[in-house]
Design a protein around this ligand. Structure first.
Ligand code: ADP
Ligand code: MG
Length: 489
């Protein structure tokens, strides 16, 4: 029975998640954590451990090396962060923990999560070191001292070679998204970094899948690791999977057909190759879809822009390879399309697990050509039940009504100016809802980067919002605003 406390009165008790019984194996109170940490977890709304946390934290806190496998969004960050923070001595000014991540975005996410989890402790410094930023500020930050470093393998190796990073006092090494780091060709860099760490450190390896390279990494760099594997079955009711047989030359057109029929607001379309990504993007844009592709050739800034537009709902379709998409945590994904069904069952389960998160339902469509049938047999075995075949002919539009592509609900405006100009999200929201007279509901996500601000506005008011922002001021200053192109070119 939950009693509405004064702080939550007015909120329906059913909406207040109940803290788990402290005696339960899922309670954080079962772990050897400081009282301040436990209180901080409660404040963060972490009321019980996720399955991967419950499986890994007791072992990690006991000092064991781990290989932990669980899908994206299962709470792996806190699983290693709580371990490294618990061992940390704040009064010792040396790098005591290092987390290697595949990309800058993931490193930023991990840094933020570690900082949130460290709030219960005094002054713990967490530093991000990634490529794509200049070395000098990183070096001076290192000189000022950091307890925890989060970074990409290449850049960390760079610092080690220049002697600007000292790992002699390191207690914990974390390899986060190890599978993706291997996909990106970081094996040698990881090996270099691991060899620069003290031998008696603890090593925690996290991964969503378990390709061969992981075994090789763990043999070389982990000591008698405990292996934890949690491949949770996705609730079938939440993800509705449908398989379509296609002729190879119908494949890309079939994607457009699916999108016009089901009209999901946000779709992630997986291709097996970069060339297929390019081809699909061309087909979708020619049909009038607002689509973007995520691939390794993008510059960091372009990649950020694509992700911001997709996450703020001003781009309907994100076309990507597994390598480019792994580790992205995208909320509100209505559909996943396997443009080519993958030969790897685990990858399939991982791909479709990106939709149907939390309490939403999601679609997962797979296009299969005759020669790929064996792949579906394997998926069927893994699922343990028969899969649903559907025919493309069901998707034909009603006669006389040419189906139009669904338009994203939002449009992104780009304001030239960001953190460096002291612009904050609240300033932009204020400018739109104040003098410009728009309602809060017409304004979506606002992303402020160092030099630019991206604001999503309802499609219907985009032109007017652009005009009013350009005519008005933000923080008393005039700003340059552009409508971000719906399609490249
Ligand atoms: P992963 O690394 O496995 O993809 P993350 O560590 O990014 O997953 O966690 C996914 C989300 O779940 C984050 O928003 C995080 O804040 C949240 N989260 C993690 N652990 C808990 C918990 N015990 N209770 C509630 N939310 C949690
Ligand atoms: Mg993660």
């Amino acid at each position: 029975m939950i009693q509405a406390s004064p702080a939550t009165s007015g909120v329906s008790p059913a909406l207040v998640p109940e803290e788990v019984d402290p005696e339960s194996t899922l309670s954080f109170a079962q772990l050897p954590l400081a009282p301040g940490t436990l209180q901080n977890l409660r404040q963060l709304g972490y009321l019980r451990m996720t399955p991967i946390q419950a499986a890994s934290l007791p072992l990690a806190l006991a000092g064991r090396d781990l290989i932990a496998q669980a899908k994206t969004g299962s709470g792996k960050t806190a699983a290693f962060a709580l371990c490294l923070l618990t061992k940390l001595n704040p009064r010792r000014f040396a790098v005591q923990a290092l987390v290697l991540c595949p990309t800058r975005e993931l490193a930023d996410q991990v840094t933020q999560e570690i900082r949130r989890l460290a709030r219960g402790e005094d002054n713990i410094k967490v530093l991000t070191l990634c490529g794509g930023s200049t070395m000098r500020p990183q070096i001076s930050s290192l000189e000022h001292g950091a307890h925890v470093v989060v970074g990409t393998p290449g850049r960390i190796m760079d610092h080690l070679q220049r002697n600007t990073l000292d790992l002699a006092a390191l207690d914990t090494l974390v390899l986060d998204e190890a599978d993706r780091m291997l996909d990106m060709g970081f094996f040698d860099d990881i090996a270099f970094v691991a060899k620069a760490c003290p031998k008696n450190r603890q090593t925690l390896l996290f991964s969503a899948t378990y390709p061969e390279g992981i075994a090789s990494l763990s043999r070389q760099f982990l000591r008698n690791p405990e292996q934890i594997k949690l491949l949770e079955q996705h609730a079938d009711t939440k993800i509705r999977q449908r398989f379509y047989e296609v002729e190879p030359d119908q494949r890309l057109a079939a994607v457009a057909l699916l999108l016009k029929h089901y009209r999901p607001v946000s779709t992630l379309a997986f291709c097996n190759t970069r060339q297929q990504c390019r081809d699909l993007l061309q087909v979708l844009r020619a049909e009038g879809f607002v689509a973007q592709a995520l691939h390794g050739e993008l510059e960091q800034r372009e990649r950020d822009q694509v992700l911001i537009q997709f996450a703020n709902r001003s781009c309907s379709v994100l076309v990507a390879t597994d390598v480019a998409a792994r580790g992205l945590d995208i909320e509100q994904l209505e559909a996943v399309i396997n443009v080519d069904v993958t030969p790897d069952t685990e990858v399939h389960v991982h791909r479709i697990g990106r939709t149907g998160r939390v309490d939403q339902e999601g679609w997962a469509f797979s296009l299969v050509s005759g020669s790929q049938m064996a792949r579906v047999d394997n998926i069927e075995k893994e699922l343990g039940h028969e899969i649903e075949w559907h025919s493309l002919s069901e998707l034909q539009a009603a006669p006389g009504k040419p189906p139009r592509p669904p338009m994203p609900p939002m449009v992104t405006l780009l304001i030239l100016g960001g953190r460096k100009e002291k612009i904050r999200a609240g300033d932009v929201l204020g400018a739109l809802t104040g003098d410009a007279g728009f309602s809060k509901e017409q304004v979506g996500k606002i992303n402020v980067t160092d030099t630019a601000t991206y604001v999503a506005v309802a499609r219907g008011i985009a032109k007017e919002a652009l005009r009013k922002l350009s005519a008005g001021t933000i923080k008393g200053k005039k700003v340059k605003v552009h409508l971000l192109q719906d399609a490249a070119g």
